[in-house]
Ligand binder design. Structure first.
Ligand SMILES: [Zn+2]
Length: 84
């Protein structure tokens, strides 16, 4: 192997290690979400059903009217109605 190729491989490996290291540090440095303001939490009534196992749950408190569907069985739950 010529020296030019060896240097190119070494530089590529060095860059790879550098990028993986930076990614790992950024992952660890990401702060936890800020604590919520309890005054922003309102009463809601949003029923959800898990399409995989049939589990139902109702979200009773949330930050705002738009309730993000929770996940169960690794799938996003579907909005349900109380009559179902
Ligand atoms: Zn489920």
């Amino acid at each position: 192997m010529s020296q030019v190729v060896q240097v190119a491989v070494a530089v590529a490996m060095g860059l790879g290690i550098l990028f993986i290291g930076r990614w790992g540090i950024r992952l660890l440095a990401t702060p936890a979400p800020e604590e919520i303001d309890r005054d922003d939490v309102i009463d809601v009534e949003a029923p959800f059903i898990c399409t995989v196992c049939g589990l139902r749950l109702t979200v009773t408190h949330a930050q705002g009217e738009d309730v993000e569907a929770p996940r169960h069985c690794r799938e996003e739950m579907e909005p349900a109605t109380f009559g179902d």
